[in-house]
Design a protein around this ligand. Structure first.
Ligand SMILES: [Ca+2]
Ligand SMILES: [Ca+2]
Length: 218
């Protein structure tokens, strides 16, 4: 297992660095260099939490300013890592926007979804502890270009069938900020190279009224 350096930063919190791609591994934290912690700091060797002698928690800290690179059209999940303060945290995007197709869980900090565009995107994530205190970091993440998956026009939710669930999915996307079809043109049921309410109407006509099957997309 890799050895990670743990150092005491000032007297209020523990500062450590874990390589991005190694987050899911087990680690050994070598605390031999802080057998005698700085004045005012105590060390819990079981869970390597540092506490001040005054029992004050160290402040909320968003640990990383990066998230793993994603790939366009490929399902993605990573997490904003926060330490300190009081759990549970509340997460939010306070400036900029996540890459198209991704969402941030306000309760877990998990960023997930299927990116629909490629490129670099910069945004700011804030985490607030239950008892107050917050931290924010500007995060830049990259979405590598990908190949659009094969799709059936009208199968907006990509489950291999065209039915009312696709209408529901499309309406949520168009009006309620729901996830986009992947690729977006899978929602273009009427083949006019746009995804809008007319596609939901077209699907309803096809499913319930014997209308023409969804047309090949652009
Ligand atoms: Ca479907
Ligand atoms: Ca359309």
């Amino acid at each position: 297992m890799p050895l990670i350096d743990v150092s005491v930063n000032a007297v209020s919190y523990v500062d450590f660095q874990v390589p991005m791609m190694d987050r899911e591994k087990d680690y050994v934290f070598d605390l031999t260099n802080i057998l005698t912690p700085p004045s005012g700091v105590s060390v819990d060797r079981n869970d390597w939490i540092l506490k001040t002698a005054a029992s004050e928690s160290y402040a909320v800290h968003v640990i990383y300013d990066t998230l793993m690179t994603g790939q366009q059209f490929i399902s993605y999940q990573d997490s904003v890592i926060v330490r300190g303060g009081s759990k549970p945290y509340t997460f939010s995007v306070t400036s900029g926007s996540l890459p198209a197709g991704l969402t941030l869980s306000t309760t877990t900090g998990i960023v997930s979804g299927t990116p629909t565009d490629s490129g670099h995107v910069t945004f700011t994530v804030s985490a607030t502890g239950t008892s107050g205190g917050s931290d924010s970091k500007q995060i830049t993440m990259r979405i590598a270009p990908g190949t659009p998956p094969a799709y059936v026009p009208g199968d907006a939710n990509h489950d291999g069938a065209i039915d009312i669930s696709d209408v529901v999915y499309l309406i949520a996307y168009i009006f309620s900020g729901g996830s986009a079809p992947v690729p977006t043109m899978a929602g273009d049921a009427n083949g006019d190279c746009a995804v809008d309410i007319s596609d939901a109407v077209y699907l309803i006509g096809y499913i319930f009224s014997g209308g023409t099957a969804p047309l090949p997309g652009c």
